[in-house]
Design a binder for this molecule. Structure first.
Ligand code: NAD
Length: 323
């Protein structure tokens, strides 16, 4: 499978490293705000990993500067089968508008995102008829949460006839916030007193000042996370039965808390119990998000090859693990 990645920040770069270790996939194109790189025989992941913060993949041997790198990737649509959208989603309709551009540009293939916000994902679901008409298969919410943990909840639900609640509590540790600028701004948007617009408007200096106040940690409760709408669509429970929160440490790679998904339900014979899915503390955000996103991209391609088009939440499907 030939892959294009949109976004070469923390997640885009990590996805390139994962693809370099898979024989089944070749990364042929990658875009960031400064330009893009393309090689139909495969891009050099090591070089991509070496692009500095503030740099661009346009500086690579296969790179080219552009004010509209997404448009350039769309022009190359016949060169790849699947797209991982690892772009910031600020404002909420940014990624939905990119998807519309791919369709308008004539792309017919598989796409995944690692969207987080409920409202943004609802906008993606509204694109279902458009994507069906253009024979595209789009799986949304394919990161860690939503994504891996939501799919784990859908699987855990099978032991029960009634679901009482799903609680996700995540822990992420990164050494520097600016390796994942979009992720951190989007997390800040969940803090009291902020919204998507005000978080997007923060300068890097303002983000640093805000992080200084809490020794680099962000603790988030009752996040507007699309795990809720995805589990509702998958028929597991109502959206108000799902709660998501967590702790982000932007100064240490060690996770501040373990990431857990706990689903509580009642079995057919009246037993109340819970299933818990715990991520290994050594697994980074990048490993859990990008591994899952690429697994779902393979699944989207698999569905498409079988004539199944349109938009689905990742919790309705299982990712594929390929070598
Ligand atoms: P980042 O800020 O590190 O990188 C974003 C990249 O997008 C940069 O390379 C930037 O140049 C590029 N970009 C921005 N605007 C562009 C444009 N108009 N055209 C082309 N390229 C453009 O971001 P990140 O921290 O890697 O996060 C990416 C996304 O992943 C975010 O939206 C974040 O919410 C999401 N995410 C999801 C999960 C999950 O579990 N679901 C977890 C972490 C992050």
């Amino acid at each position: 499978m030939k892959i294009a990645i949109l976004g070469a920040g923390g997640l885009g770069k990590a996805a390139a490293q994962i693809l370099a270790q898979k024989q089944s996939h070749t990364l042929v194109a990658i875009a960031d705000a400064g330009g893009f790189a393309f090689n139909r025989n495969g891009l050099n992941a090591e070089e991509i990993g070496e692009v500095k913060i503030g740099g661009s993949v346009s500086q690579l041997g296969d790179g080219q500067e552009s004010d509209d790198s997404i448009g350039e990737i769309i022009k190359l649509k016949d060169e790849y089968d699947g797209v991982f959208i690892a772009l910031p989603n600020l404002p909420n309709d940014f990624i939905p508008s990119i998807v519309e551009r791919f369709v308008a540009g004539g792309f017919e293939g598989a796409l995944v995102d690692a969207l987080k916000r409920t409202r943004a994902m609802e906008m993606i679901f509204e694109l279902d008829p458009l994507l069906k008409d253009h024979q595209c298969t789009f799986l949304s919410g394919c990161g860690a949460t939503p994504g891996l943990l939501t799919a784990a909840a859908a699987l855990a639900a099978q032991s029960f006839v009634k679901i009482e609640d799903v609680k996700i509590w995540w822990g992420v540790g990164i050494e520097r916030w600016d390796d994942y600028k979009a992720t951190i701004r989007e997390d800040i948007a969940h803090l009291p007193g902020f919204d998507v617009e005000s978080a997007k408007a923060l300068s890097d200096v303002e983000v640093e000042a805000l992080l200084d106040k809490t020794d680099g940690k962000l603790t988030l409760h009752d996040m507007e996370h699309a795990d809720d709408v995805m589990l509702e669509r998958a028929g597991v429970c109502d959206r108000d039965q799902v709660t998501v929160g967590g702790v982000m440490d932007t100064r240490h790679a060690k996770k501040p808390v373990s990431t857990t998904m706990t689903l509580t339900g009642i079995t057919f014979d009246g037993q109340r119990s819970e299933h818990r899915f715990v991520l290994g503390d050594e697994t980074t955000m990048a490993a859990n998000v990008c591994g899952t996103a690429l697994g779902y991209l393979s699944r989207a391609h698999w569905l498409r090859e079988r004539g199944i088009y349109g938009v689905f939440g990742s919790a309705e499907m299982m990712p594929l693990w390929e070598k």
